[in-house]
Structure formats: C-alpha cells, structure tokens
Unconditional design. Sequence first.
Length: 693
Amino acid sequence: MGGLLALVILVSSSLLMFPSPAASLPLCTDSRSPSAPTTPLTFCPYNGSTCCNSTEDSQLQKQFQAMNVSDSGCATILKSILCAKCDPFSAELFTVATTPRPVPILCNSTVLANSSQSQAETDFCFTVWDTCQNVSIFNSPFAPSLQGQAGILVNASFTKLTALWQSKGDFCKAFGGASLDESVCFDGQAVKLNSTEAPSPPKGLCLEKIGNGSYLDMAAHPDGSNRAFFSDQKGYIWLATIPEQGSGGILEIDQSSPFLDLTDEVHFDVQFGLMGIAIHPNFAENGRLFASFNCDKSKWPGCAGRCACNSDVNCDPSQLPSDGGSQPCQYQTVIAEYSANGSASQPSKAKSAQPIEVRRIFTMGLPFTAHHAGQILFGPADGYLYFMMGDGGSPNNSGDPYNFSQNKKSLLGKIMRLDVDNIPSVDQINKLGLWGNYSIPSNNPFTEDNGLQPEIWAVGMRNPWRCSFDAARPSYFMCGDVGQDTYEEVDLITKDGNYGWHAYEGPYRYASEGNTSVQAKNFILPVLGYNHSQVNNKLGSASITGGYFYRSTTDPCMYGRYLYADLYAGALWAAVETPENSGNFTSSEIPFSCATDSPIKCDSVQGSSLPSLNYIYSFGEDNRKDIYILAYNGVYRVVRPSRCSYTCPKESVTNVSAPAPSTQPSGANLLVCRYSSLVCLVASLWLFLCGNM
Ligand SMILES: *[C@@H]1O[C@H](CO)[C@@H](O)[C@H](O)[C@H]1NC(C)=O
Ligand SMILES: *[C@@H]1O[C@H](CO)[C@@H](O)[C@H](O)[C@H]1NC(C)=O
Ligand SMILES: *[C@@H]1O[C@H](CO)[C@@H](O)[C@H](O)[C@H]1NC(C)=O
Ligand SMILES: *[C@@H]1O[C@H](CO)[C@@H](O)[C@H](O)[C@H]1NC(C)=O
Ligand SMILES: *[C@@H]1O[C@H](CO)[C@@H](O)[C@H](O)[C@H]1NC(C)=O
Ligand SMILES: *[C@@H]1O[C@H](CO)[C@@H](O)[C@H](O)[C@H]1NC(C)=O
Ligand SMILES: *[C@@H]1O[C@H](CO)[C@@H](O)[C@H](O)[C@H]1NC(C)=O
Ligand SMILES: *[C@@H]1O[C@H](CO)[C@@H](O)[C@H](O)[C@H]1NC(C)=O
Ligand SMILES: *[C@@H]1O[C@H](CO)[C@@H](O)[C@H](O)[C@H]1NC(C)=O
Ligand SMILES: *[C@@H]1O[C@H](CO)[C@@H](O)[C@H](O)[C@H]1NC(C)=O
Ligand SMILES: *[C@@H]1O[C@H](CO)[C@@H](O)[C@H](O)[C@H]1NC(C)=O
Ligand SMILES: *[C@@H]1O[C@H](CO)[C@@H](O)[C@H](O)[C@H]1NC(C)=O
C-alpha cells in the first residue's frame, strides 16, 4: 500500500511541475468542448464530435489553398495537419503548457521505438519531412520564427523545409513528440484512442456499513494516513480513523469531541447547513482547513455579505419575494478558514481546532432558500479551490427566473475557482470587487471570455451536487447537476464550459426558444444522466448525487468506472467510458448488497433482503481510493465483491486474508425511515435538492 501511495504522490507532483492544460480530455484549443457541427464539415474529415464549425472549416480550406502546394503527397499531409485544429483533442495537440503552437505535435519515434506500434504510425514527423522537404509552401506554418506564435505570419513567401531547417532531426526536435499516458500526438489521422470493448458491468457493488451517522461530506486526511474528516449538515466536523477492510472494525468517531464545532455559526434548515469541507493539501504543515456553510444574518453579525441579487445582474433586492427570509439576502453562503495550529505539536497530530475564523474567504447573500450547492474541493493538479454554486432557487424553487445561471456577471449557477494561497491586500480586493479574501488564478477563463466574472470556471449549473476529480486523471472533473422536472445529469466540467441551465435541462430545451436572453451558446451536453421517469421510487421525485471514478484495487471489476446515485431512489449507477479518454460514457444501474460480515449490520428494505441506505447524500474517497457512500442510514464502504458473493473474475481470491467476522449485534434503529414516510421526510430535513418539491 505504501508503494501505491508513493506512486500517486509522485504522479501528482509531476503534474504540478508540468501542468498540462488538457491531459487526455477531449477539448478544443479555445477551451471549448468539442461538439457536433450544425452544418457538416466539407473540407476537414471530422464527423461527429469536432472542434470546428463550418466557418472554421472553410477558413482552413482557404488557408490550405493559399499554400499552393503542387506536390499531392505533401498536400495531403499538410491538409491533415491544418485540419488537426478540428480534432476533438486539438487543445492537447496544439498546446504545450500554455503556449499555443502553429502545428500539432507530430508523432515521432523516440518514445515508442520499441512498442508494438508500427514505425509508419509513430514516425509521422519523419514522413512529413521526407514528403515535404523539397516542396515550396506559401506562408509555411513550419517557419522557425512562427514557433509558439500561432497565426502570426511573418513574411509572405514560398519556402521549403530544407530552407527553414538544417536537418530532419532539427525539424522533429521542434515539431515532434510522442503519445504518452497524459498526452497525445498527431499521426496524420484523427486522434485514435485504443478502441476497447465496453467491459461488462460488474455483477454488483458489495458494501459494508462502518458508521451509523449521517454525513454530508468526507475529506481524506492530506497526510496520507488512514484518517478522514467527516462533516454533517448541522455544523460538526469529525476526524475519524478508518478501519482496515475485513478487520471487522468500524469508523472511530468520538461523537462527544468533534474536530471543529461550527454549530453556533451555521444556519441549519432544509437546504441550509454545513455543505462542505476542504482540507488544504499542505495541511500537515500549515494546519489550514476550510468550511463552506450557510448563515443567517439576523442571528449572527459575522453573516454579512453583498447580495447575489444586485443591479449588476438585473435584480433588485428590495423586490425579492419574501422567500429569501424576512429581509433581502437574509441567508448567506460562506467559506471560512480555520486552523489546527496550536492544538498539537504539529497539525497532523491535531485532534481538534478552535472555531475561530482565521480568515473569511467568501461571503455572498442568497436571494432564496434553495439550490446553493456549497461543495469546496482543492484541484489536485492546480491546488486551487473549486467552489460549487447553484442557481439560488426562486419563490417556488424552480426555473431560475432571473436567469442567474447563464448570466456571466452572476456567481449563482456557477463553478468558481479561487486561489486561497495568495491573499491580496484589502485595496486590491476592493478594487477588483471580490467577495472575500482570495485571488483570481491568472488563467481563469475571464482572461479569454470578456464579461465573465473573474471567479468563474464554468457556467450554466442548476445545483451541482457533488463533484470530484478523477484520482487517475486530474483533468477529469465530473459533477452531478440536479435537474428540475425531467432530467438528472452528470457533466464533465471543462474550463469555461456552459452546461446549459436554464436554457436546457439536461439535453432538453427548458426556457422557451424565443427568449433570446437564455440562449446557452455552445452549451455542453451532459455525459451521463437519467430521466425522472426512469427512477422508480415512491416519492415520484429524483435528485442526482454525483460520485467518483472508482480507482481502488479493492473491487477490480469496478476499476475506472464512474459511480453515482439518486438521492431519493437509493439507486446506484456505474458508468464506463469507451474508448478510454473519449468522453463517451455508457451507464447501467448497478445492484448492491451488504456484506454478510458487515461490521454494522445493514438495515434492509422492508420485505426484501436489499440493504436500505435511505437518502444517498454524498460520496467520499479515502487515501487508498476506496469509495464511501454517505447516506442517511450511515457510512458504507465499497468492499471486495466476494464478500457479497458477487463474482468478479479479476478479484484475486488467493491473496486475500479472511476477514474477521464481526459480532456486532443488530438492533432496531430508531432513525430508520421508510421511503414512503412523509413524516420521516420532514424529520430528516431533506426535502432537499429537487426543484419541484
Ligand atoms: C464522415 O462523413 C462522410 C459523409 O458525410 C462519410 O463519407 C465518411 O465516411 C464519414 N467519416 C467517418 C470517419 O465517419
Ligand atoms: C464558428 O466559430 C467561431 C469561433 O468560435 C465563431 O466566431 C463563429 O461565429 C462560428 N460560426 C458559426 C457559423 O457558428
Ligand atoms: C498558385 O499557383 C498558381 C498556379 O500554379 C498560380 O497561378 C498562383 O499565382 C499561385 N498563387 C500564389 C499565391 O502564388
Ligand atoms: C529496443 O529494442 C532493442 C532490441 O530489441 C534493444 O536493444 C533496445 O535496448 C531497446 N530500447 C529501449 C529503449 O528499450
Ligand atoms: C529532396 O532533395 C534532396 C536533395 O536534393 C534529395 O536527396 C531528395 O531525394 C529529395 N526528396 C524528394 C522527396 O524529392
Ligand atoms: C519581411 O522581410 C523584409 C525583407 O526581407 C524584412 O525587412 C522585414 O522585417 C520582414 N518582416 C517581418 C515581419 O519579419
Ligand atoms: C521527438 O520529439 C521530442 C520532443 O517531444 C524531441 O525531443 C525528440 O528529439 C524527437 N525525436 C526525434 C527522433 O527527432
Ligand atoms: C493502447 O493499447 C496498448 C495495448 O493494449 C497499450 O499498451 C497502450 O498503452 C494503449 N495506449 C493508450 C494510449 O492507451
Ligand atoms: C460509445 O460507447 C458505446 C458503448 O460502450 C460504444 O458502442 C460506442 O461505439 C462508443 N462510441 C464511440 C463514438 O466510440
Ligand atoms: C500555522 O502554522 C504554520 C506553520 O508554522 C504557519 O505558517 C501558519 O501561519 C500558522 N497559521 C496560523 C493561523 O497561525
Ligand atoms: C414557478 O413559478 C413560476 C412563476 O410564478 C411559474 O411560471 C412556474 O410554472 C412555477 N413552477 C412550478 C414548478 O410550479
Ligand atoms: C449502529 O446502529 C445499530 C442499529 O441501531 C446498533 O446496533 C449499533 O450498535 C450502532 N453502532 C454504533 C457504532 O453506534
């Protein structure tokens, strides 16, 4: 295990040193997601998902014709190189670190020399040289002076490669490169991913119950240990030791001594509370931790911020219907920083922290009482704090009537990205009109997209309920986004992506077509989702809970699949991406059961042997990449399939030590709720995310 952890740390630190903007994610050079063009391309051979529209296609055609290449072999190659701009991986092909290139990275043979791939495929750079070296090209994209300055033509003239470059070696040193795990190169054809058959879905997910509490969030301890922080909606944060799998142990949480008690500050109600926690990646050294919660300004003086409804976003707070409280923006969303310094010799040894705010990172007044997400997460590759925010609701919790989600000036209905390691001066904060103590990462999308508030990373969210980064591919950032009447979606979040709400709900038009203020330009379809009619539950309602890419070796049949759930239906889905890195996901509902030797016996659904989780609030991941389901009925861990008698041929039964069976007695859980019990619903304070309720 130690070796595995070390490897993970190595991988992530090398990513920190060489940030790749798109690491294997289909993405265009302008940071858009590829999409199907409304008019098919006539020049470039890219069908389906492409980074070009017909205008750009004909521009490339003109550029190609202007090159006036007489040699047909070279012309074919040049056309393919120009058209690589349309490749769904063009961001990766044309971008090294943050510098755009005039031509894509041409596959050369260095790295793959001994691989099974043929030389012809891997030596494309040599092929370009061999075929084009004596051919005159007008405005050659291979001029050395053009390196790193895409699109800037120096002097219009005919040149041959031999006039520009001394040798094939020099040429390929400048333009060559190889496909590695985290990058792709261009070999004359559209980027081809290893086409793999979609493996058959796992037989089922085996769970063990290791805790009775209801938690909303979990964050692995950044020291790499077997500990994790858990937080609940009321405002408690606990530090728990996670038992070894198969040990029969349960979560060690001392309910009487929370790590941090924020219940005095937190306003706890149906959709209000402590919504998320984030522990600084360097917590072991700096002791920094962050909480995202709601507060009531009529009850706590520290709860005072600018209202998200203001004249910048065509909203008059004095006209707000009273649903937002007895005064405009009575309730606020807050990110506050705390410190574990001083309570132990080093932060890693700390067992508690003082509820004294070190710093207020963010405060914003909420116009209504629903849809304000609130999850916070540190990006594993960039170290920035991602902050998920819903559309803020409305008097009937539906529709986003002020169109906040599509409004680039509003922070509602957005995913934000903040730098909490560089805190600017008060003067600067005021000058920039920031909402607290953070700075703006220099490559946030506002630098390319005029009119965007600088905090924004992605737009068009309704209520992003639980996002995660893939532990194996940090550019894969997935979010469940709660739907309204029709469709629950999972989005693959990219920089400056627009996920449609409220012009679209999932793939369906929501706001009327004629309403020009709600045209979601270039909106990105969800990669996964389900219709409300597909979930069978007695509440007649649905609300997605986004999960994780499963990257643990515990259940090898789940490896690489994205696991997510429906809050109400208690249903789980596992999605597979084929080919890998394509963004093409296929999902199936996955059965689950409780390990017979579960340390805490699972409650079962009345009249069946199925375990009852009740509401699935959230998921968690520990330092071993094992996955946890945080449900109303408790904390469940995904364990070896054989413990539930699910067959998984990849599970090596031989090297698994027999788990010590648990002797925990079972008993009546007074808090057990049946889905049909409305009383329970109210008691649980979770009429939660679904808009039509
Ligand atoms: C792309 O579309 C054209 C015609 O629309 C078709 O001839 C061609 O085979 C398609 N190519 C691929 C790779 O699907
Ligand atoms: C094609 O894309 C370019 C660049 O994104 C954009 O300026 C142009 O309006 C688009 N044209 C069409 C027809 O969509
Ligand atoms: C391209 O070649 C054609 C004939 O081969 C010639 O008439 C034309 O002037 C050339 N264009 C340029 C820009 O040199
Ligand atoms: C490639 O294979 C050759 C012969 O099979 C071997 O001598 C050489 O060391 C290999 N190179 C690398 C980088 O593995
Ligand atoms: C290009 O010119 C070089 C030197 O004159 C010659 O050796 C080579 O064969 C030529 N290549 C082609 C493809 O014509
Ligand atoms: C173009 O060429 C001329 C003469 O060779 C030179 O003076 C000029 O600086 C060049 N222009 C650029 C933009 O490089
Ligand atoms: C292949 O590309 C790399 C740059 O990614 C370069 O360093 C290397 O020299 C190239 N190999 C050859 C044989 O030109
Ligand atoms: C493609 O598949 C081969 C063989 O399965 C594997 O060695 C190689 O790493 C894969 N390439 C990529 C880019 O995944
Ligand atoms: C997407 O995945 C499905 C099922 O795994 C597969 O049949 C289909 O060919 C894939 N589509 C593409 C474009 O790769
Ligand atoms: C906590 O300790 C670290 C390391 O000594 C220090 O850098 C940081 O400023 C301290 N934070 C607080 C809030 O005292
Ligand atoms: C919510 O209220 C708006 C405006 O009053 C209305 O148009 C809409 O139909 C309502 N939606 C629901 C689901 O009741
Ligand atoms: C969890 O709840 C069950 C059923 O109420 C009870 O038997 C068990 O003792 C509880 N376990 C813990 C650790 O609280």
